[in-house]
Design a protein around this ligand. Structure first.
Ligand SMILES: [Zn+2]
Ligand SMILES: [Zn+2]
Length: 139
């Protein structure tokens, strides 16, 4: 099966607020479908941390997609490099089983050499496919 066809709709994973159930489902998904290891501890530690602001609390669209809760002033938050924001604890749990942003799937480095190599491989294949041009006609 092509790699991309194995990804389901990410919205399916976010029913309900049961964190243990959510993580269990994610782990199941991770092992059976995605196969990606957790994010490297060092890369998680390097993420930007800050306290939720009044503006964040007042913004009805801002929510942590891991727990589907809003941000309250003073709560510890973590921002992914893609600038998606989560509660610090929620993101820490998420990145303990996943290496990618729950919202946009931007990947963090992992501690898994084999996974990193296969990721690089995929990336190179993708790029060489993109660079491959059909031969110019009449030349
Ligand atoms: Zn949260
Ligand atoms: Zn993101």
């Amino acid at each position: 099966m092509p790699f991309d066809a194995m990804h389901g709709n990410v919205g399916d994973y976010f029913m309900g607020r049961d964190m243990d159930g959510l993580i269990a489902r994610l782990m199941e998904n991770d092992q059976n479908v995605h196969g990606a290891p957790p994010a490297a501890k060092a890369s998680v530690a390097a993420l930007r941390r800050f306290e939720a602001t009044k503006e964040m609390e007042a913004d009805p669209v801002q929510e942590c997609v891991v727990c589907r809760d809003r941000f309250n002033v003073g709560q510890s938050c973590t921002a992914m490099p893609c600038e998606h924001i989560y509660h610090e604890d929620c993101l820490a749990q998420w990145l303990g089983v996943h290496n990618s942003c729950p919202m946009c799937r931007m990947e963090l480095p992992t501690d898994d050499d084999e996974y990193e190599r296969s990721k690089q491989h995929r990336e190179e294949r993708r790029q060489s496919q993109e660079n491959a041009r059909p031969p110019t006609e009449g030349n």
